[in-house]
Ligand binder design. Sequence first.
Ligand SMILES: [Zn+2]
Length: 74
Amino acid sequence: MLYKGVVKPGKMALVFMYECPFCHYEAMLASPLDPATVTCGACKNSFHIAPVDRQTVQYIQTVLMNGRAAAADG
Ligand SMILES: [Zn+2]
């Protein structure tokens, strides 16, 4: 069945791109809040990432009403 209305975002995540220092492949991570070691999906080498700030992520989620305020039809 097809729902007749349109559904707005109910939650959102911020994706951050980390470029592999070995091969420049970009790894996508959804708001990594803790330091971590990432293994590159392309060259399989590993590197440490700087985490992102939790309050900054929460601020953006709040401003955008968890994505709802970013819906194109308002
Ligand atoms: Zn790589």
